[in-house]
Design a protein around this ligand. Structure first.
Ligand SMILES: *[C@@H]1O[C@H](CO)[C@@H](O)[C@H](O)[C@H]1NC(C)=O
Ligand SMILES: *[C@@H]1O[C@H](CO)[C@@H](O)[C@H](O)[C@H]1NC(C)=O
Ligand SMILES: *[C@@H]1O[C@H](CO)[C@@H](O)[C@H](O)[C@H]1NC(C)=O
Length: 956
């Protein structure tokens, strides 16, 4: 057949009718330049009219008017997401804000993120037009040619890192303070809803934006919640304020699909999209599904997406060979297009997934439907199945983890603080993430510090909150590094970023300084280098050997003689009652020897002071290598000892009746009942033992209550195996506890106050009556957050004292807003336990926090102490008891010398005891032995507890 094609180009009159033609030849063209040219052609309103004469009859096939556009779109399906080819030559950021002046940061120690996180450059950084324009020596020429006046900052050698990047956040979708009209992170309308978009609920008034920036956070991936198998699409945002004040203006490289597809330029490579999936307990619980149901829900929707994809592929194959007969419209479906993009490998799939069973299910799913997974989040068991991860379709998923937050639910029970190291050893990428507000993303860097402490190498630990998450979210062409041409997002730190308590001196986002008048703290010289960390190799091996449940009880309880050598410092309870004092601090290298027998120190001194003990038969020798002896710490605030797994009520004591919510059965004495925590106590929980191994020897716990009345707290030893063991109980009854506020309660705050007044002033019945009458002797502990409620409690105290003529012992816990009335608390001699020790505006009653440096000079703790308020620090969940020593150290670090080391130790020991009604004689108090450093030191490891109460030295 003789086929001679004629190309005839005409102007379109705007008619949308399709053109008639019999056939059209098509040559293979270099992509994408020609396609772009042709597309432009059509946009300009031209048509290609093709005719050719065949032998005999004139056949007609309708070529769609947008044939070239269809072909462009079809070619686009083959492209992988990424920046346009010209991206690296950009002179200005698309996020550049007019009027931002160029900034020169001089004399910085720069962790660039390059060379696997090993490159450190000493020099200058130039920021201009939202970009990093130079790193290292900046030529005078460059500086001379800037359009605008240059701001110069002398970093004086300070560490500078890329801005911190959070791979998993709900900022804006779950805003703080939490109010019912703003929580938008979980839709409960279906198990698999890939069409939902986290952006649609992104509130711009979350207090967290500024707070998290003050911790160095610059970019977050906002994901839908985990209630659904497929919760919807996530979006990357930069946290800074924008002139537009809109959610959209916070977006970083939003996918083009944000707009309707007919508005899209298909000639450009697509941008990365993000999608949240979840498996395991959450979708199971929300939909009363089994895991089998959930996996079917996945397979059902993926099959639907697969069919659409196949239709598209068939369609495009035809379109690209100009086979237009009966082709019709491009097969698409707004509801499923995002999932089709997943199958095309164009979506970073972020999967909330914990256990081996769930990970295995998902890996099978990826191979059945052929799509890659960017990261498993939470991923508490990934370290147990690294080889499984390597079987995922297309690429090995990263693990996005918490550092020490585990055991809060069943599927997190085998979580290990050594997971990061083990995964890295297996070549798996590690990311530390916040899940904000589950963990406050202001302290995301602290997660990296802890991971480093437990063995993740420093280059990978810093990468885990910068370069790695940037790569996993597909943004590493512009963020996560300090590199010429990258976005001007960086942090100037007051110490090495992996040193405990590292705090920004300044944060830049898109070249804009975020802290207006930062309060900075001078950190010690020793904080300016990578912290040394202990050797945990045997713990690492055990974590794997015991599948996350290694034995945690003390390895050895020695009743006889234990000799601690090479002790650099000894800190003990003051004999004169309150507080903690330094008993020994080595001058130069004259280290001490401490001898303990039956759990009591019987000799201490330098040189030959304890020589006579060294020959004791069967004596155990422990070389502390310059370590320390410090007071055992106390834990308060969590259900420690009453609950093993927070999400599983059957693993604990359960909740007491709340007489303000419903009537209490008469058989337990009705409203007159007051429950004792000691009766529900359980020992040898994993969190108790982990706390013990981290220097926390005593827990004080009140009965679990969802309401006003809790009951009588108890004090117990975290290192004991059961209640009947010697020394297991420290004090059966510590204090009487109530809670005043709105959390989960129906009667008004004033009703709760009225109830408390009645209990304190009127002769009540039963145990309630006698204990509340006794608050001159027994401490009344009231959990309250708002300054208004705390003020009312101070007035009530006066009223009670006026009426009864006795001095009431009152302690406030929670105490988020206590600093607002610090003077009054000091005057009233009412102490507070701040829970948590670093505040967050969770609810309305918590909202007026004092954030501390760099936002304010004072922290709540330092301000309260300055007003002579006795302050203790508490925790919210039992897993974090182990971090008490770091919490105390942090309080001292941010107080810039206002809080001494001994005061900081008191915050978590003697002060807590005093505030919660625990009486421990100095000579009965536990002491903790640390190797290679003191309790506050990232170099140190806790190796033993000297326990006069148990009459043993426990060695780990
Ligand atoms: C950088 O700062 C450090 C610390 O202040 C100082 O010792 C050093 O001399 C400075 N270097 C330059 C090149 O200015
Ligand atoms: C979406 O459309 C709006 C309005 O046409 C445009 O300003 C914006 O740049 C588009 N966004 C994307 C990501 O394409
Ligand atoms: C705190 O106590 C000290 C010592 O008793 C006293 O000198 C100081 O004035 C008190 N400060 C306040 C703010 O009450």
């Amino acid at each position: 057949m003789d086929k001679k094609a004629v190309l005839d180009i005409e102007h379109d009159d705007g008619d949308t009718a399709e053109w008639l033609a019999r056939r059209r030849t098509r040559r293979h063209r270099p992509w994408p330049i020609v396609a772009l040219a042709l597309l432009t052609f059509f946009v300009l309103g031209t048509h290609i009219h093709l005719t050719h004469s065949g032998a005999g009859t004139q056949q007609s096939v309708r070529i769609p008017v947008n044939a070239e556009a269809i072909q462009t779109r079809c070619e686009n399906l083959k492209l992988q997401p990424g920046p346009p080819p010209t991206f690296n030559t950009r002179k200005s950021s698309d996020r550049f804000t007019l009027g931002t002046k160029p900034t020169l940061i001089k004399n910085a120690t720069i962790w660039t993120g390059r060379v696997n996180g090993l490159e450190i450059i000493k020099g200058d950084i130039l920021l201009d037009r939202g970009l990093i324009k130079g790193v290292g020596p900046i030529s005078a020429d460059v500086l001379h040619n800037l359009d605008e006046e240059l701001i110069t900052i002398d970093a004086k050698g300070a560490w500078v890192s890329p801005g911190i990047v959070d791979l998993h956040s709900h900022i804006g979708d779950d805003p703080a303070p939490e109010l019912s009209g703003a929580e938008d992170d979980n839709s409960l309308k279906g198990v698999a809803q890939p069409w939902l978009r986290a952006l649609d609920g992104l509130n711009t008034h979350d207090d967290s934006y500024h707070l998290s920036i003050s911790g160095g956070l610059t970019t977050s991936l906002i994901l839908p919640g985990s209630a659904n198998g497929i919760g919807g699409q996530g979006f990357v945002i930069k946290l800074r304020d924008t002139a537009e004040r809109t959610p959209t203006s916070k977006l970083l490289e939003p996918p083009f699909t944000l707009n309707r597809s007919d508005a899209m330029d298909w000639s450009l490579p697509p941008r990365w999209r993000q999608m949240k999936h979840a498996c395991g307990e959450n979708p199971r619980r929300m939909y009363k599904n089994t895991r089998m149901d959930n996996m079917w829900a996945f397979r059902e929707v993926y099959d639907k997406a697969r069919k659409i994809k196949e239709e598209q592929d068939v369609y495009c194959e035809k379109a690209l060979r100009d086979d237009w007969a009966g082709l019709g419209a491009f097969p698409d479906d707004l509801q499923w297009e995002a999932l089709v993009d997943v199958l095309r490998g164009r979506v970073k799939v972020q999967i909330h997934c914990y256990e081996a069973v769930d990970l295995d299910d998902i890996i099978r799913l990826t191979n059945e439907f052929k799509f890659p997974v960017a990261a498993f989040h939470h991923a508490h068991e990934t370290y147990l199945v690294p080889d499984l991860l390597k079987k995922a379709y297309g690429q090995v998923p990263a693990s996005a983890l918490f550092a020490t937050n585990a055991r809060y639910k069943r599927e997190a029970y085998r979580g290990s603080e050594f997971a990061q190291k083990i995964l890295a050893d297996n070549g798996i990428q590690v990311v530390m993430k916040s899940d904000h507000p589950v963990q406050n993303s202001r302290y995301l860097l602290y997660e990296a510090q802890q991971a480093h402490y437990y063995g993740l190498p420093d280059n990978l630990a810093l990468a885990a909150v910068t370069t790695t998450p940037a790569q996993i979210m597909g943004m590493d062409h512009r963020i996560g590094y300090i590199k010429e041409g990258y976005d001007a997002d960086l942090v100037i730190w007051d110490s090495h970023p992996l040193a405990l308590g590292a705090t920004p001196k300044q944060v830049f986002i898109d070249g804009i300084a975020q802290l207006t008048s930062p309060h900075t703290v001078q950190k010690p010289e020793s904080f300016q280098k990578v912290p040394e960390t202990p050797d945990f190799s045997s713990e690492v091996a055990d974590a794997i050997k015991y599948e996350g449940l290694p034995p945690l009880a003390p390895g050895k309880s020695v009743e006889g003689t234990v000799v601690f050598t090479n002790v650099r410092s000894v800190t003990v309870r003051s004999e004169e009652g309150e507080g903690v004092v330094s008993a020994f601090d080595a001058q130069r290298d004259e280290l001490a020897t401490i001898v303990a027998q039956s759990g009591k120190i019987t000799c201490s001194g330098i040189k030959n002071a304890c020589a006579s003990f060294l020959g004791t038969p069967d004596a155990e020798f422990v070389n502390l290598k310059g370590g320390a002896i410090s007071p055992g710490l106390v834990s308060f605030g969590s259900p420690m000892g009453l609950l093993e797994i927070q999400g599983e009520i059957s693993t604990g004591d359960g909740y007491v009746y709340d007489p303000l919510a419903k009537s209490v059965p008469n058989i337990v004495d009705g409203d007159a009942t007051l429950i004792r925590a000691v009766d529900g106590l359980q020992f040898a929980t994993r969190d108790a033992y982990l706390g013990y191994r981290a220097g926390v020897t005593v827990g004080i716990t009140a009965p679990m209550s969802g309401g006003f009345l809790s009951g009588l707290s108890t004090a117990f030893g975290l290192g004991s195996a059961h209640k009947l063991q010697k020394g297991a109980l420290v004090q059966d009854i510590a204090a009487v506890h109530v809670s005043v506020g709105h959390m989960g309660r129906t009667p008004s705050v004033s009703t709760q106050i009225a109830t408390l007044r009645r209990l304190l002033l009127e002769v009540g019945e039963g145990e309630v009556g006698s204990r509340f009458k006794d608050v001159a002797d027994l401490t009344l502990v009231v959990e309250a957050q708002s300054a208004d409620i705390i003020s009312t409690l101070l007035q009530l105290k006066k009223e009670v004292e006026g009426n009864t003529g006795t001095v009431m012992k009152l302690t406030i816990t929670g105490a988020s807003e206590a600093h607002l009335i610090a003077k009054d608390l000091g005057d009233a001699n009412v102490g507070v336990v701040v829970v948590p020790s670093r505040p967050f505006p969770y609810s309305w009653e918590h909202r007026r926090i004092l954030p501390g440096p760099p936002l304010t000079r004072d922290s709540a703790i330092s301000l309260l102490l300055a007003h002579n308020v006795t302050v203790g620090i508490g925790i919210e969940e039992a897993w974090s008891a182990r971090n008490t020593r770091f919490d105390a150290a942090w309080a001292a670090l941010e107080a810039a010398g206002d809080i001494t080391k001994t005061q900081a130790l008191a915050l978590a020991s003697s002060n807590l005891e005093k505030l919660l009604g625990l009486e421990v004689a100095a000579e009965q108090a536990d002491l903790v032995a640390t190797e290679a450093g003191d309790m506050f030191d990232l170099r140190s490891k806790i190796v033993g507890v000297i326990s006069p109460r148990k009459n043993v030295v426990d060695l780990f």
